[in-house]
Design a binder for this molecule. Structure first.
Ligand code: HEM
Length: 248
């Protein structure tokens, strides 16, 4: 496996059309079906079509309203609760969190993970089609990453405004440490986001948590280039609401 660690290498990889998402191993289960039907693991026309199914409902949500709804919620469940409510999805957060455990490779799924995804699809109406997969995808993509962002930001919550703290947290203590891609020739490529966001060629004194850093917003934690995260503003709004509402 090729590992990319500098900011420039990782940025270039995210924009390189010869690098695609790594196809997950086939699995004859609800999890296997879900992975085969979401934008996250798709390419080309299927990716564009499936991505449009997640972008349209997300565009209709107001970040300010998400932020207000998130205040006072638990860091672990805020994203799932707030997004499910805003999108009109009736599902227990525990069902989403269980299904999220093995959604992203390289976690090796267990039969319990397959059953958890089955329960999530059932809660979404039980139809195995792309609109259902898209609704599951939004909740699963949001769940663990937003919870990790809030968890990583909480120790710094008094260092500045929620926006400033969250931006520097994404750079300094990212909720997603690595991304993976596969080259057309089959080579697996790992993008080390922690190293790239602490590249001294881009960030002065990179180990220091500094909310007044002028360029911390250029972090690469929401992806970039060909398939950036469509929920970045939603994640930030929900995380800001939880930070604001957490005890001093
Ligand atoms: C701190 C929280 C979050 C982080 C750091 C994050 C980061 C990312 C990254 C890096 C990707 C691209 C993965 C790749 O190309 O390999 C991605 C994809 C995605 N994210 Fe997020 N995300 C977060 C929260 C959210 C939220 C709250 C939502 C929904 C409201 C969301 C929805 C998605 C979706 C649907 C994709 C797949 C996009 C595609 O394949 O075209 N994410 N996210």
């Amino acid at each position: 496996m090729l590992v990319l660690r500098t900011y420039d290498q990782v940025s270039a990889a995210l924009a390189d059309p010869d690098l695609s998402v790594v196809p997950p191993p086939e699995r004859d289960s609800a999890l296997g079906w879900l992975r085969s039907a979401v934008c996250r693991f798709s390419s080309g026309a299927a990716h564009a079509r499936r991505r449009a199914l997640v972008e349209a409902p997300l565009r209709a949500l107001s970040p300010d309203a998400l932020r207000r709804r998130a205040s006072g919620r638990s860091p672990e469940t805020a994203a799932v609760e707030v997004l499910a409510e805003a999108l009109g999805i009736a599902v227990e957060p525990a069902v989403v969190l269980a299904a999220a455990r093995a959604y992203l490779p390289p976690v090796e799924p267990t039969p319990a993970d397959d059953a958890a995804v089955d329960s999530l699809i059932a809660a979404l109406g039980g139809t195995r089609d792309e609109p259902t997969a898209a609704r599951a995808c939004v909740l699963l993509q949001a769940a663990a990453s937003t919870a990790a962002l809030i968890r990583n930001a909480l120790p710094y919550k008094d260092f500045g405004t929620p926006e400033a703290v969250l931006t520097e947290t994404l750079r300094h203590s990212p909720p997603i440490p690595v991304m993976r891609r596969q080259h057309l020739d089959g080579t697996l490529v790992e993008l080390d986001l922690v190293a790239a966001n602490r590249d001294p060629a881009v960030f002065t004194d990179p180990e220091t948590f500094d909310v007044s850093r002028p360029n911390n917003h250029v972090h690469l934690i929401f992806g970039a280039g060909l398939r950036p995260c469509p929920g970045d503003n939603h994640a930030l709004a929900i995380a800001a609401g939880v930070l604001e509402g957490s005890p001093r």
